[in-house]
Design a protein. Structure first.
Length: 722
């Protein structure tokens, strides 16, 4: 079907939209109930509004002035933007916005600087000084314990006082002096509030050219600087928040915020009349004097008389008035000279009278703002009525005064990130905000391991980390580097060192259990490991502060100590041969025990000689070798004095025993000296060992056995290890 002339003209007009001009301001007020957009420009100190659009939320995408549903909010913003573009025949690309929220914080800060007295103060010098004061306030807030680790951004500031050479002055521009001072109050909101606003703008292809605080925007409309000598409270009552600004002595001196606002009235209607949110809103907006007609959620239609309906709202309205009065008194310290109410909530019937009553000021000192701003605003042909348009117009005016804030963009690993112009952002700050964790930024060595092994403390170190690498514009940088607009940053995260790890097998070697036979009964031997008292396998991973005990049964002597019966009177035989205590056990060994008193064969000569000399040594040999010593035979009586005889080829030697020099006489049987000879001389009663004690035998600092050969000068230690 061919297009009509009207259709063709529409297409041509749409295609010929002009880009947004340098002086064209697109101001957007994203409220809890409505999104209001205004297009205007500043000329000779007057802000001229050319177009305006207001679109209500269909469902609750905002809560207490903060975006809850980004997608839904973006959809409404898109409708406002599209409608304004059609009206103005302009493609919008830049936007000025304002923030509100339930977590507003304020800080006062003062800075001063020395000048040479010859140079006039310029606007750039003044802005730099103000931003320095804002940065100081930001730093104080960042270290404030009440922020609970949250990141806050400055969304507006107002100067409380300028001073030149210690004298107060209204404006520093153009003056000369040696010392200037700026004191201001800065307002901050959590990064979540600010970032959600920017995300919505990004989704609509809009660059933010100015960000301010909603009550500051309203102040720039209702209470211009020349009126701020008066102590005035401006109360912006939206649907979700009530924002307050206080002027006094020519400056804005305080801000406050409450989360009780117009929605409290709406929610009261929902509960009382069983209606949905949109119906409750429409009921609230019914003009006084008209009956309120509505359909509840059950489908029943109702009509409520105007007087009855509005009198029913009184408790909720009274609570709102209480909240406003309390916050004004807290922020101002006393009742102000006058109060302006703006925002959609200011239209609630009787609210002005209730606020005046609670502040104890005359009723004619509380007024609804919005009708008295024509002095520096030109509405042209745009019909804007009502106080709900005060904030969006104020946002536009604030943008033209260059009193708003901007974010700058940097590139991090190919992605775009925003930094706040009034906040000093280091590379570390940027990386944290981008979601990198501390171990990725500064590296972290692996966790060490501490445990106890057989009563001795042991420790293992974790692996060291590989440090992170930061490149800024192609050059290496540190975490302390101050990020600048336009920087291109490439970040390689640090690698975290592995934690120290060790298994029981790494410490004890093979953990095993094997069986042997003693007199036909099955027993076990091997290496057992207990961790914190419980038996574990070799692949158990040692944990911090574990108590590890290794018990090895590898020789017959080890086995005898572990058997559940008394072995003091028995000897062990394998294949009819007497087995020594240092015999290394093998799986499936079969032993037969015999009474020691019946055993005489295979007794070592050295042990026999010692046993014959000393009864205590005899007990020692019996216990350690498991052999019963025969009673000593009486020495033969020589018929005549013994001649000096050859004492054998074995020489006498001197050794150190438990720190004492001990002489061992030459052996008559030419056999070498053995360790077991010293047992009787060590003065250790092995027939009565300490509970769970182990005997330590060392020869020249090394572990020894009873049959080790001794030499001149050897150092021997024999003792119980309890």
């Amino acid at each position: 079907m061919p297009k009509s002339k009207a259709q063709g003209a529409s297409v041509i007009r749409k295609a010929q939209k002009s880009p947004q001009g340098e002086n064209d301001i697109f101001a957007l007020d994203i409220g809890t109930r409505n999104v209001v957009g205004v297009i205007g420009h500043m000329e000779d100190g007057v802000f001229t509004v050319s177009e305006a659009v207001s679109v209500p939320h269909k469902r609750r995408a905002m809560l207490d002035g903060q975006i809850e549903d980004i997608v839904e909010t973006s959809r409404i913003v898109s409708q406002v933007k599209t409608a304004l573009e059609e009206k103005a025949e302009m493609t919008l690309s830049r936007v000025a916005i304002a923030a509100a929220g339930r977590a507003l914080k304020t800080k006062r800060a003062m800075v001063e600087t020395e000048l040479d007295g010859r140079e006039s103060i310029t606007e750039n010098m003044l802005k730099s000084l103000e931003l320095e004061a804002v940065a100081k306030a930001q730093s104080e807030l960042d270290t404030d314990s009440t922020t609970d680790g949250m990141t806050f951004y400055c969304v507006g500031h107002t100067v409380i006082k300028y001073a030149l050479d210690d004298y107060p002055i209204k404006s520093l521009l153009g003056h000369k002096g040696k010392k200037v001072e700026v004191e201001l109050i800065a307002a901050f909101l959590p990064s979540l509030v600010v970032e959600s606003l920017y995300t919505v703008m990004d989704m609509n292809g809009l660059d933010v050219c100015s960000l301010t605080l909603e009550p500051i925007a309203a102040m720039n409309v209702i209470i211009p600087p020349e009126v701020r000598l008066i102590n005035i409270a401006l109360v912006d009552i939206g649907a979700g928040t009530t924002d307050i600004a206080i002027s006094r002595n020519g400056s804005i001196v305080a801000y406050a915020m409450a989360t009780i606002a117009g929605d409290e009235i709406t929610e009261d209607n929902i509960q009382k009349y069983l209606v949905d949110f949109e119906t409750a809103e429409n009921m609230k907006l019914t003009p006084p004097g008209e009956d309120v007609c509505f359909t509840d959620i059950l489908g029943f239609e109702h009509t409520v008389k105007s007087d009855e309906f509005f009198s029913g709202l009184f408790p909720a309205v009274d609570q709102l008035a209480d909240t406003i009065a309390d916050n004004v008194l807290t922020a101002n310290g006393t009742a102000p000279a006058a109060v302006f109410l703006v925002g959609g909530g200011s239209l609630i019937p009787e609210l002005t009278n209730l606020v005046a009553e609670k502040l104890e000021i005359p009723e004619n000192r509380v007024a609804i703002g919005g009708q008295n701003y024509r002095k520096n605003i030109n509405l042209g042909k745009v019909k804007l009525i009502g106080p709900e348009f005060v904030t969006p117009i104020g946002i536009g005016i604030t943008a033209t005064l260059q009193k708003g804030y901007e974010f700058s963009q940097v590139t991090l690993n190919g992605g775009k990130f925003r930094i706040f112009d009034t906040k000093t952002v280091t590379a570390a700050d940027l990386l944290m905000n981008a979601g990198f964790q501390t171990p990725q930024i500064i590296g972290k060595s692996g966790r060490g391991l501490i445990f106890t092994l057989n009563g001795e403390k042991q420790s293992l170190r974790g692996e060291t980390s590989t440090p992170a690498q930061i490149m800024v514009n192609g050059l290496p940088a540190t975490l302390e580097y101050t990020v600048r607009p336009g920087d291109v940053i490439d970040f390689t995260p640090a690698t975290v060192g592995a934690n120290a790890a060790v298994t029981v097998s790494d410490i004890a070697g093979e953990v095993f259990t094997k069986k042997i036979i003693i007199d036909g009964e099955e027993y076990t031997f091997g290496r057992t490991v207990r961790v914190n008292g419980a038996v574990v396998t070799g692949n158990y991973s040692v944990q911090n502060y574990d108590n590890i005990e290794i018990e090895s049964i590898e020789t017959l002597g080890d086995l005898i100590m572990s058997l559940p019966f008394d072995c003091s009177g028995i000897a062990f035989f394998k294949n009819d041969r007497l087995v020594r205590l240092d015999y290394i056990l093998e799986e499936n060994d079969a032993f037969v025990t015999k009474d020691k008193h019946t055993v005489t064969e295979n007794l070592p000569n050295a042990a026999r000689d010692i046993a014959l000399k000393d009864e205590k040594a005899s007990r020692t040999v019996q216990t350690l070798s498991g052999i019963t010593m025969p009673p000593p035979e009486p020495a033969p009586v020589p018929a005549e004095p013994a001649p000096e005889a050859d004492i054998g080829t074995s020489d006498s030697i001197t050794v150190t025993l438990n720190g004492r020099l001990t002489r061992l006489e030459a052996r008559t049987d030419n056999s070498p000296h053995e360790f077991i000879e010293l047992m009787a001389l060590a003065d250790i009663d092995i027939s009565d060992p300490p509970p769970s004690g182990n005997m330590i035998l060392t020869l020249n600092g090394q572990n020894a056995s009873f049959m080790d050969i001794l030499h001149e000068g050897d150092s021997i230690v024999i003792k119980w290890d309890t």
